[in-house]
Design a protein around this ligand. Structure first.
Ligand SMILES: [Zn+2]
Length: 138
């Protein structure tokens, strides 16, 4: 099992190491698993457990803005997706986004996070869809 230092992010799979070599702090189990969004244009966005990714065309807000600029109906700040350490995924459409976010055809209300189930189909505006896969990891 992967463990890590809460102070510096040091990660190890070596079970003989009990303390962070820098901080001499006990290592704790690292969250595992990956949220995978397979978009219909072939782009795959992967979100490691405990992290989140912002999806939108605003380069000051989303690291994916370069790719998403090809889809003008996707909002500049459209939605954030994340995977909790416990393996459940979520989506939060931005408040005030004019372009809808849909899960299996149902609109997700902006400003409120909703569960992102394994196997569901996510749609950002009418232009972009993604198949959701949650890999539980170890
Ligand atoms: Zn450390």
């Amino acid at each position: 099992m992967t463990r890590r230092c809460a102070f510096c992010g040091f990660v190890t799979d070596d079970h003989t190491i009990e303390l962070c070599p820098t901080h001499f702090a006990p290592l704790a189990a690292a969250p595992s698993g990956t949220l995978r969004l397979a978009f219909h244009d072939g782009t795959v966005v992967e979100v490691p457990a405990g992290e989140e990714v912002r999806l939108g065309r605003d380069p000051d807000w989303s690291e994916r803005a370069g790719w998403l600029s090809a889809f003008p109906r996707v909002s500049r700040r459209h939605a954030t997706v994340g995977l909790r350490a416990n393996g459940t995924a979520w989506i939060l459409p931005e408040e005030g986004t004019a372009n809808g976010t849909y899960l299996d055809g149902h609109r997700v209300e902006p400003g409120r996070s909703a569960p992102l189930p394994n196997g569901s189909l996510l749609r950002l505006s009418s232009q972009l869809s993604a198949q959701i896969t949650i890999d539980p990891g170890e």
